[in-house]
Write a protein that binds this ligand. Sequence first.
Ligand code: 13P
Length: 256
Amino acid sequence: MRRLIIAGNWKMNKTVSEARELATALKLELKDITDLDMVICPPFTDLDSVSQIIGDTNIALGAQNMYWKLEGAFTGEISPMMLRDLGVRFVIVGHSERRQYFGETNQIVNKRLKAALKYGFNPIFCIGENLKEREENKTFEILTDHLENGLKDLNELDLPRIIIAYEPVWAIGTGRTATPEMAEEAHHFIRKKLTEIFSKDLADGMRIQYGGSVKPQNAKELLMQPDIDGALVGGASLEARDFIKIIKIGREILNK
Ligand code: 13P
C-alpha cells in the first residue's frame, strides 16, 4: 500500500510575512493529520520562518532545488547542509520550470538527485512532456528519457525514498488539466518503465504524484486513479483554503 503524498510547490511566491501567514493557517487545520504525507515547499528565503511554524507538526518542509556540493565558491547556490540545518526533508528536483528556463539537463537533474539521496533527503523528481511533444505523440519517449537518464546509476536501496512527480508541462499553470484517464495512462507507463529499469517490487512501492493545475474541483478524480499516489500542487497551494481542501479530499479517498 503506497501512502498518499500531497505537496505544495509555492514556486517564486510569498514574502516572509506572507509565508508566515499561510504556514500558520495550514498548521491550524492540518497539524494533527497523520494518515497521509503533507509537504510544503516555500522559496529558500521563507524556509527558516516556515520551519519554525510547522516544525512541531506533521507538515513536512521541502525545498524547490538544491546544489550537489556541500560548500564552496558557487555563488547563488544552496547546499544540502544548509537545507538540512533548517529542517528540510524533501527537495524538488528537475522541475520543468528549471529545465525550461534555467537550462537544466537530465545530467544536472541526475546530480541533484544523487546528492539529495546521499544527504538523506526525499527527492521529488519531476518529469513530463511539453505540448509540442504530446502533440507529436512523444510523451512516452520523453518520460523514458527523463526516467532512464535522471535515475542513472542510482543505488537501488535509495529508490523507495524518491517520489516521482508526473507534470505534463502543458497542464502547469494553464488551468488545463490532464483528464484522469490521460494522467493514469502516463502514470501506468511510468510504473511499467520503473519495473523494466529496476524491478516490479521496487516499482510497486514507489509513489508517483500528478502535478498540473490540481485544484479542489479536480483532485478527487485524479487521486482516485490506481497509479496516482498524490499531487504536486502549484497555484492552489498558495491559498490555505484550497490546499486544505485538497488534503481533505485526499483523506476521503484513502480507501479507494
Ligand atoms: P500548477 O498547479 O500551478 O499548475 O503548478 C503545478 C506545478 O508545477 C507544481 O510543481
